[in-house]
Design a protein around this ligand. Sequence first.
Ligand code: CA
Length: 230
Amino acid sequence: MARTILVVEDEPTLRETLAEALSADGFRVTQAGDGRAALERFRADAPDLVLLDLMLPELSGIEVCRIIRAESAVPIVMLTARGSEVDKIVGLELGADDYVTKPFSLRELSARIRAIFRRAEQVASTGGPSIVDLGGVQVDLAGHRVLKDGHEIQLKPKVFELLAFLVRHPRQVLTRDQLLESVWAYDYAGETRTVDVHVHWLRSAIEPDPARPVLVQTIRGVGYVLRPPA
Ligand code: CA
């Protein structure tokens, strides 16, 4: 069954272009031209991915992202015109899975979307133990849940993917670029601050004392390593 992508963009020409390109890629496409309509379409069409412009009438893309994320773990790709680091960090903080900066090529966007669906399939089909114990923290890889001291904690989708990747590579020192490539599927170096920000959120969520991390340790000048308790 074709996957459905909700395209939220107030600029009609760009919206139509995106819709045509994604349809040609074999996706079912549903569209909205403002933030309020986006929420209506989201709830009515249950899309498999949301392509979300940042600057929108009615409700901003950031507000729409926050509301959708409170209701669903659906992948969200933000379209940002400004390309400032602040927008990107804010979008990721609100739980967007990825972002592309306008102007972008349809080929690049299509590659990002395919990468997101591919990762979702990998998570669904990965063998091995589904629940990994990190002391007071249990990571349920198949169920996409994390328990801390027996209580479920909420992680932003990308923070969970980072944790899941670390859990699959315990005691292995990973560079920021490796993490970017594996977790974010970026095909270029750079934006390593994104990794640091997500490690910070992860530590705040799972470390007994986030100021003195013991699970996710920094290897100065290199990157990070997950050290499960012996
Ligand atoms: Ca716009």
